[in-house]
Design a protein. Structure first.
Length: 109
Protein backbone atom coordinates (compact mmCIF):
# COMPACT_ATOMS: atom_id res chain seq x y z
CA UNK A 1 0.00 0.00 0.00
CA UNK A 2 2.78 2.42 0.90
CA UNK A 3 4.57 1.67 -2.37
CA UNK A 4 1.36 2.49 -4.25
CA UNK A 5 1.20 5.87 -2.53
CA UNK A 6 4.87 6.80 -2.80
CA UNK A 7 6.31 5.40 -6.01
CA UNK A 8 5.52 6.12 -9.64
CA UNK A 9 4.33 3.03 -11.50
CA UNK A 10 6.64 1.35 -13.99
CA UNK A 11 5.99 2.78 -17.48
CA UNK A 12 3.57 0.56 -19.39
CA UNK A 13 5.93 0.21 -22.37
CA UNK A 14 8.48 -1.42 -20.03
CA UNK A 15 5.90 -3.95 -18.83
CA UNK A 16 4.68 -5.02 -22.27
CA UNK A 17 5.72 -4.41 -25.83
CA UNK A 18 2.15 -5.01 -27.01
CA UNK A 19 1.22 -1.33 -26.69
CA UNK A 20 2.34 1.59 -28.79
CA UNK A 21 4.52 4.31 -27.29
CA UNK A 22 1.56 6.71 -27.67
CA UNK A 23 -0.76 4.48 -25.63
CA UNK A 24 1.96 3.88 -23.05
CA UNK A 25 2.53 7.63 -22.66
CA UNK A 26 -1.22 8.18 -22.36
CA UNK A 27 -1.65 5.56 -19.62
CA UNK A 28 1.48 6.71 -17.79
CA UNK A 29 0.19 10.28 -17.78
CA UNK A 30 -3.21 9.16 -16.42
CA UNK A 31 -1.42 7.31 -13.58
CA UNK A 32 0.85 10.22 -12.62
CA UNK A 33 0.98 10.85 -8.86
CA UNK A 34 1.18 14.63 -9.24
CA UNK A 35 -2.15 16.11 -10.30
CA UNK A 36 -0.40 18.68 -12.52
CA UNK A 37 1.15 15.86 -14.56
CA UNK A 38 -2.23 14.27 -15.38
CA UNK A 39 -4.71 15.40 -18.04
CA UNK A 40 -6.34 18.64 -16.98
CA UNK A 41 -9.82 17.62 -18.21
CA UNK A 42 -11.85 14.81 -19.73
CA UNK A 43 -11.75 16.70 -23.02
CA UNK A 44 -7.95 16.69 -23.04
CA UNK A 45 -7.92 12.95 -22.27
CA UNK A 46 -10.45 12.18 -25.02
CA UNK A 47 -8.43 14.24 -27.49
CA UNK A 48 -5.27 12.33 -26.54
CA UNK A 49 -7.15 9.02 -26.89
CA UNK A 50 -8.32 9.98 -30.37
CA UNK A 51 -4.79 10.90 -31.41
CA UNK A 52 -3.41 7.63 -30.01
CA UNK A 53 -6.14 5.63 -31.76
CA UNK A 54 -5.45 7.30 -35.09
CA UNK A 55 -1.74 6.56 -34.87
CA UNK A 56 -0.83 10.22 -35.43
CA UNK A 57 1.59 12.01 -33.21
CA UNK A 58 0.84 15.37 -31.72
CA UNK A 59 2.66 17.92 -29.67
CA UNK A 60 1.42 17.58 -26.12
CA UNK A 61 2.51 18.91 -22.79
CA UNK A 62 5.80 17.22 -22.00
CA UNK A 63 5.37 15.24 -18.80
CA UNK A 64 7.73 16.03 -15.98
CA UNK A 65 10.35 13.39 -15.28
CA UNK A 66 9.10 10.76 -12.89
CA UNK A 67 10.53 11.10 -9.43
CA UNK A 68 10.04 9.12 -6.30
CA UNK A 69 7.93 10.99 -3.78
CA UNK A 70 9.43 11.24 -0.36
CA UNK A 71 7.28 11.01 2.72
CA UNK A 72 8.39 12.24 6.09
CA UNK A 73 9.13 9.25 8.34
CA UNK A 74 7.40 10.91 11.29
CA UNK A 75 4.32 11.40 9.12
CA UNK A 76 4.38 7.71 8.15
CA UNK A 77 4.54 6.75 11.81
CA UNK A 78 1.69 9.08 12.72
CA UNK A 79 -0.44 7.76 9.84
CA UNK A 80 0.15 4.12 10.78
CA UNK A 81 -0.59 4.91 14.44
CA UNK A 82 -3.84 6.60 13.42
CA UNK A 83 -4.77 3.66 11.20
CA UNK A 84 -4.09 1.22 14.02
CA UNK A 85 -6.17 3.30 16.45
CA UNK A 86 -9.06 3.43 13.99
CA UNK A 87 -8.90 -0.32 13.40
CA UNK A 88 -8.87 -1.01 17.14
CA UNK A 89 -11.81 1.35 17.71
CA UNK A 90 -13.73 -0.30 14.87
CA UNK A 91 -13.01 -3.74 16.29
CA UNK A 92 -14.16 -2.65 19.75
CA UNK A 93 -17.41 -1.27 18.32
CA UNK A 94 -18.03 -4.53 16.44
CA UNK A 95 -17.37 -6.53 19.60
CA UNK A 96 -19.85 -4.43 21.59
CA UNK A 97 -22.46 -4.83 18.85
CA UNK A 98 -21.96 -8.60 18.82
CA UNK A 99 -22.39 -8.77 22.59
CA UNK A 100 -25.60 -6.71 22.39
CA UNK A 101 -26.97 -8.93 19.62
CA UNK A 102 -26.12 -12.08 21.58
CA UNK A 103 -27.84 -10.69 24.71
CA UNK A 104 -30.95 -9.81 22.71
CA UNK A 105 -31.03 -13.26 21.14
CA UNK A 106 -30.67 -14.93 24.54
CA UNK A 107 -33.51 -12.84 26.01
CA UNK A 108 -35.94 -13.74 23.22
CA UNK A 109 -35.33 -17.50 23.53
Amino acid sequence: MQKHMDEEPQPLIERTSRVSPQVSALVDRMLAKDRDDRYESWGALISALQVAASGRTRQTKTPKPQTKRTVNTAQKGANSQLNMSLMLAGGAILLVLLVIIMLLLLQTS
